[in-house]
Ligand binder design. Sequence first.
Ligand code: PLP
Length: 428
Amino acid sequence: MDHFTYRDGTLWCEDVAAAELAAKFGTPLYVYSRQTFAGHFARLREAFAELDPLICYSIKCCPNTHICRLLRELGSGFDVVSGGELFRALRAGADPDKIVFAGVGKTEREIREAFDANVGLFNIESESELEQMIDLARECGIVANAALRVNPDVDPHTHKYTTTGKKETKFGVDLERAVEVFRRHARAESVRLRGIHIHIGSPVCEVGAYARSLERGLHLLNRLRGEGFAIDTFDIGGGYGAHYQHNETPMSTEYASVIVPSLREQGLRIILEPGRLIAANAGIILTRVLHLKQSGGRRFVIVDASMTELLRPALYGAYHFVWPVATGEFVPQSRDADQPFDGLSCCDVVGPVCESGDFLAQQRDLPPMKRGDLLAVFSAGAYAMAMASQYNSRPRAAEALVSGQAARLIRRRETYDDLVAAEDVDSQ
Ligand SMILES: *Cc1c(COP(=O)(O)O)cnc(C)c1O
């Protein structure tokens, strides 16, 4: 479990006891491990080293500026999908040349902000957007660099809400139309259309899906080059999996073993946009047991974290491993629900929010628990705080970053005043 380990019957993040973090910063609490972020980033970079790619951390998966700064220090660029994410990247000190800006509905304001920031590459999602950008760039007297996001029509066999590379999704331009778009617009002076972008979904646990989409992408690139277009960039997106349950996803080296051979010696600058692979297992949520109850033949563990801290189970039916922080003899053998112990009982771990969909885990065999016990929800570094809400007027939880023996708050817990701050509009 990366740098979240059980030692002496209790959970540690690097060299800090999880219980100490909960006592110091309260619960629910997001806890991140610096070493785990760095380790995942380093393994990815190493696996793809031969291509010398520009790695652009996908901010949306874990957007805290301290995390962005950490990634910047590791040498990462950034994949942003909104003006707000661009703002975060710049605050983290990003080199604008290493920022790529995607998104199906960029507003004029966001495009102007990105021009002002001098971002390295725009990933264009439609012909209409390209036309708008050509006009705006001309008006601003700048030359923007862009890649056209194409839709390779490959099914990555992931959840339908996180499939982005099939024809019927809203993302990118069909392969057939892409050639037309280049013919019509690639000679515009204010936007240099210099490559293509593909991002097929997330998580993509089947390396073959990358192989198929890259093959289609390369076919298109060669055709475009054959027509005389100056193509030098291939942004192959993100979507690399993370382990939530067993070791169910390929390692960086396995993705690379399929991707690298097809892209070497193509004379292309390669861009990767990993998010989940870097962040998912670099974070957990600590939550406290509020109550235990039985109802309708089910046993409920009611905790102080909920769908407002982790929406993924409610939104996608996602699995997150949950286990007590103080385990006694029940030291978990893996992130799998199947643990080899007697004395476990089947429980639903649920939050206080007024929705039946508000659960963190269902039908899990867990050790005996009592009120006040701490639980850890694993693999909560990506798409957890990023999707947090204040639903039921719950102030958002704090985030802490651990490095070795040091732990610091990187986002304070919101207050009731934060809940209403933006509603104080009387004076305006
Ligand atoms: C979300 C997203 C990513 C990152 O996806 P992960 O599964 O977190 O790696 C990369 N590129 C684009 C365009 C995205 O929208």
